[in-house]
Write a protein that binds this ligand. Structure first.
Ligand code: SF4
Ligand code: SF4
Length: 133
């Protein structure tokens, strides 16, 4: 399975080698989608790939270590009432999570491929996109 998580660090655990622990202890394949790291804390968005039970065990291990953990599920939304199908998000999205329907030219959003980079938020003229992390 694959699942995206947001990890939040404090100054006490910002140096923890999370990726190493997930690989070596739990045989999970982590991909870093986004990182905001400062000396006194930060956050990572990770995509974890592996056995479901091992991912659960790895996430519990991180949480027990004092790292904030939350699963990202439908973390990005497009408000169809506000969207004017201008396509600005389609051209800026690095993961092609926004696409045009070739028949209707309406914009669609695939939240599963979104890496929470935030680029579409600033590009949207009607503030139709919301990112909740
Ligand atoms: S947050 Fe980034 S990856 Fe996600 S839909 Fe917007 S531009 Fe694409
Ligand atoms: S940038 Fe905003 S208004 Fe334009 S297509 Fe994307 S979500 Fe809709």
């Amino acid at each position: 399975m694959e699942q995206k998580y947001k990890l939040t660090f404090t100054e006490n655990n910002i140096q923890d080698s999370v990726a190493y622990v997930l690989v070596s202890k739990f045989n999970i394949e982590p991909s870093i989608l986004k990182a905001e790291i400062e000396d006194d804390g930060g956050m990572l968005i990770l995509k974890l790939k592996g056995d479901e039970n091992k991912i659960k065990a790895g996430i519990k291990y991180l949480a027990d270590s004092g790292i904030g953990v939350s699963a990202l599920d439908k973390h990005i939304t497009r408000n169809p009432e506000k969207c004017i199908d201008c396509g600005s998000c389609v051209s800026i999205c690095p993961t092609k999570s926004f696409t045009f329907d070739p028949k209707t030219w309406e914009v669609h959003l695939n939240y599963e491929s979104c890496i929470a980079c935030g680029s579409c938020l600033s590009s949207c003229p009607t503030h139709a996109v919301t990112l909740t992390l």
